[in-house]
Design a protein. Structure first.
Length: 346
């Protein structure tokens, strides 16, 4: 019997940390100057050029203060995205509000994650609270029971009808979490090295709790289903870290085959044999050392060797040349990561 190769539909997905994308003349952090008009134009021009180069079907974005600024950058790209959403960073009046209702002021306190896509959107959901019993007590801060930057789940539909879940994430950074009052005044001696240790521990506990809560969301999406899932964003840790593996649980597959159903796999490591795996696969440089903080994880439906496979990962590319161009807040301090995925159409 003649072998007939399957037909595939391609899906380009990309994750982009946009480094405090905000409208001009608005303060986003009290200790940082707002962008003036010239700086704002430079930033959305730069981002627009990068979006054009990525040309992804789905853009997962982080560090957005104003949804309007993201839409402006997309307009500069020359590409068309029919759906753009950054929950918590809106700049329009709430839907259904009466005429004259003031526009919302964008994100407050911390930037948000968002999505832009060409695909049909079946549903969008933002997760704010951790599942019950997954909060942790952080020394000096008390219970940590909510995501600082709520993950965003978009359920999308490809042209041939296949649904795909895309989850955009931005976990707590490693930056030490020092105590401060409501006005932002320091409550601790930041020059005391032991205080610094405790501040770093607070950040680790917060990121770990967020990773565990995110794992619960992943399990709920994958257990007993065959809908492909892509989780991407800024994990603020590398692929083999404890916190990333809390989310992915890839290592469990080695001794529990049933774990594949709810595991996630690093797209870079799952590339097809024809992909060029280069030694420039990093998305951030800290004190001269390259690392991978921005990741794309996929469910087993994208693993060619799985008996539940619906497709594969063809290629993963890192857009990181700008990391060597010097610090400038018109550019991002993160590289962008893009994956070419395939799903069978029949």
């Amino acid at each position: 019997m003649q072998y007939i190769p399957p037909n595939y539909a391609t899906l380009f997905v990309a994750t982009c940390n946009l480094l405090n994308l905000a409208n001009p003349n608005r303060v986003y952090y009290e200790n940082q100057d707002a962008y003036n008009e010239r700086e704002y134009e430079r930033k959305i021009d730069w981002i627009g050029e990068r979006f054009h180069a990525l040309n992804a079907d789905v853009l997962a974005v982080q560090e957005v203060w104003d949804e309007a600024a993201l839409k402006a950058a997309i307009a500069r790209s020359g590409l068309r995205y029919d759906f753009v959403s950054v929950p918590g960073a809106e700049n329009t009046p709430p839907p259904g509000s009466p005429p004259g209702t003031p526009a919302r002021a964008g994100a407050q306190g911390t930037p948000r994650v968002g999505i832009a896509t060409r695909l049909q959107v079946d549903n969008v959901q933002s997760f704010v609270d951790f599942p019950p019993a997954f909060g942790v007590d952080v020394p000096g801060l008390g219970p940590h029971t909510r995501f600082e930057r709520p993950p965003l789940l978009a359920t999308l539909r490809m042209k041939h009808g296949q649904q795909v879940h895309v989850l955009t994430v931005h976990l707590k950074s490693k930056r030490p979490k020092f105590l401060q009052d409501a006005q932002g005044n320091h409550l601790e001696d930041r020059d005391d090295r032991k205080v610094g240790v405790m501040a770093s521990l607070r950040s680790l506990l917060m990121r770990g709790a967020e990773a565990a809560a995110l794992r619960c969301i992943v399990i709920d999406l994958l257990q007993g289903t065959n809908t492909p899932l892509v989780v991407m964003g800024d994990f603020n840790d590398n692929p083999h870290s404890v916190t990333t593996q809390l989310v992915a649980a890839t290592s469990e597959v080695a001794y529990d085959k049933a774990a594949r159903d709810v595991a996630l796999f690093n797209a870079y490591e799952m590339q097809g044999e024809s992909a060029l795996k280069k030694d420039v696969a990093y998305s951030h440089i800290h004190q001269g050392f390259p690392d991978v903080l921005d990741q794309i994880l996929v469910s087993e439906e994208f693993i060619a060797s799985s008996r539940h496979s619906l497709g594969d990962v063809r290629r993963v590319d890192y857009f990181n040349d700008h990391l060597h161009e010097g610090r400038d807040r018109s550019r991002s301090d993160h590289g962008f990561v893009r994956a070419l995925l395939r799903l069978r159409t029949a």
